[in-house]
Design a protein around this ligand. Structure first.
Ligand SMILES: [Zn+2]
Length: 242
């Protein structure tokens, strides 16, 4: 079981190094190597775009977006004038695509974003956009293959916590989660744990007081995922996290 620090991306000792600076927990890394081998036989080059991400990295993303220094987009890809919005709407616009620091599933070492490196040229600029994974998109074939593996129970424990739009986090077909380890993590991310986590950090989190005022609601809408995101053998009172 992960410690509180590991759950919130502030301790990296449970991780192993993969190629290109990526990191996962050892069991998740071994399972991903098996999935990658199956994908290779099916003609795909299953590559990692993002794996473990620290609290500090997520805080920089959050503060960059909340402070207007990093772009924020809406559902159809238009830039949002974030500083012109009231705090509650600023929070909603950011949470649609970026996790609250301390709640990202990428903190756990169980989750990763993937693409098919064989489907695009070497100089392709990866976007992880809805268009890339939609029918007819460059990674559509890979995701159909992954869907089939999940349906057949041959995805080596990987499933999609954000496969469909539930009104909170935008759908992310590229985000895979290793259920045997991740299923027990989500339910542990509570408002109290998060407040303690933020208190321990020296660098401020922008919009913190506005976040604290509605934490239970934000956790329910943007962090928890329904128990059926993975098959029942793995479920362990899970509540997920983006
Ligand atoms: Zn992701």
């Amino acid at each position: 079981m992960l410690t509180t620090e590991q759950l919130t991306g502030r301790d990296e000792r449970h991780l192993v190094a993969l190629a290109r600076g990526h990191r996962l927990q050892p069991l998740a890394a071994a399972a991903f190597a098996r999935l990658r081998g199956d994908a290779r036989e099916a003609g795909f080059d299953l590559a990692i775009a993002s794996s473990y991400r620290s609290f500090e990295r997520q805080r920089l993303i959050w503060n960059g977006k909340a402070g207007g220094e990093r772009p924020v987009h809406d559902d159809v890809g238009n830039a949002v004038a974030i500083l012109a919005l009231p705090a509650a709407e600023r929070i909603r616009a950011i949470l649609r695509f970026s996790a609250l620091p301390g709640t990202s599933r990428h903190h756990w070492g169980t989750d990763l974003d993937v693409y098919d490196a064989a489907a695009v040229p070497d100089d392709y600029v990866l976007q992880l956009s809805p268009q890339e994974v939609a029918p007819g998109g460059v990674f559509d074939r890979l995701h159909r293959w992954l869907d089939a593996q999940m349906a057949a129970g041959t995805s080596h424990g990987f499933y999609r916590p954000y496969g469909v739009d539930r009104g909170g986090v935008a759908p992310e077909r590229w985000h895979l989660s290793y259920a045997p380890l991740a299923a027990g993590c989500g339910g542990r991310v509570t408002a109290a744990l998060l407040r303690d986590c933020w208190d321990c950090e020296r660098e401020p989190l922008l919009l913190r007081s506005e976040l604290e005022a509605r934490l239970p609601e934000l956790l329910e809408r943007y962090v928890e995922v329904p128990a059926d995101w993975c098959p029942s053998p793995f479920v362990d009172g899970d509540a997920g996290g983006s």
